[in-house]
Every structure is written in structure tokens, then in C-alpha cells.
Design a protein around this ligand. Structure first.
Ligand SMILES: [Ca+2]
Ligand SMILES: [Ca+2]
Ligand SMILES: [Ca+2]
Length: 149
């Protein structure tokens, strides 16, 4: 169960008694609000990123860090996953080590002469009991180096 917010309000009730005297009593009412995981993480500043990577960059090079915000209590530990769907996307990864930092790294070298632009899809998943996800797109431009002999 998520965090419970409790607060108290005093309720004053006026009434007329049988003897026609005006009386009142004060009761304290405790209101409990239970936060449910009803919002998916939101990428900041938007769900569209751009990055540039040199085709000379070596595996392990940091490409981009994405970040999402979680609004529900007790669901804040967002995890990031790379959905390797598009062509060339398998050259990138979010390692277990970077699962909570959202850092995308290079898994293998890319070749601009093969592919100049690569689109990645990143999923941010919150830590709710019934987790919610959101997606961002990372457009990667591969920069040329003079490597063709
Ligand atoms: Ca949430
Ligand atoms: Ca909520
Ligand atoms: Ca080249």
C-alpha cells in the first residue's frame, strides 16, 4: 500500500436539545488519503531527445542520459529500459548499472557509412505495485570521421 496521508479536521455540530437549549459538540474527524499509483513517469523536459555520437566512439561511451519524474508516493524508483526495436538500436544499451540513472551507452561501434541516424525507444517504469510506463524517443546522429580508405 502506498503512503497514507492523515489529517484531522474539527467538526462543530450545533443542535437544539429536547429542552430547547442550543448545544453543540465538537468531533475530530480524521481523513485518510491513500495515494494510488495512477500516473506514469514523465520524461523531462519532453519525451523527445537528441544525441550525437562519433562513429569512432568506443563501446561503453556515454551517449545520453534521459530522466523522468514520478509523482506517486512510494513509486519513485524509476527504472529505464531500452526497447531495441529500430534498425541499429542494438548498438546501444542501458546496462543494469545504469538501470536507475537512465544513462544510455554504446554497446558496439556504429558506422556512419552504414547508418547516419538511429532512433531509440526508452521506457521509464515506475516502482508502483502495478507499475506504469512511459516512452521517450532518442534520435541519435552518427558523426563522420574520415575512416574510409
Ligand atoms: Ca506512477
Ligand atoms: Ca497518485
Ligand atoms: Ca566515415
Amino acid at each position: 500500500m502506498n503512503l497514507i496521508y492523515g489529517y484531522c479536521v474539527n467538526v462543530k455540530v450545533d443542535f437544539v436539545s429536547i429542552s430547547r437549549r442550543i448545544c453543540f459538540f465538537v468531533a475530530t474527524l480524521t481523513v485518510m488519503l491513500i495515494d494510488v499509483n495512477d500516473r506514469a513517469p514523465e520524461f523531462q523536459p519532453s519525451n523527445s531527445y537528441h544525441a550525437r555520437i562519433s562513429e569512432a566512439a568506443q563501446p561503453g561511451t556515454e551517449v545520453k542520459q534521459v530522466i523522468a519524474i514520478e509523482y506517486d508516493k512510494h513509486a519513485e524508483n524509476i527504472k529505464y529500459y531500452l526497447e531495441n526495436t529500430g534498425p541499429g538500436s542494438d548498438a546501444f544499451e542501458i546496462t543494469e548499472e545504469n538501470r536507475e540513472s537512465g544513462v544510455i551507452t554504446l554497446r558496439r561501434q556504429v558506422d556512419r557509412e552504414v547508418q547516419e541516424e538511429i532512433i531509440l525507444s526508452v521506457r521509464a517504469q515506475d516502482a508502483g505495485i502495478n507499475p506504469l510506463s512511459n516512452f521517450a524517443q532518442v534520435q541519435i546522429t552518427v558523426e563522420d570521421v574520415n575512416d574510409n580508405r
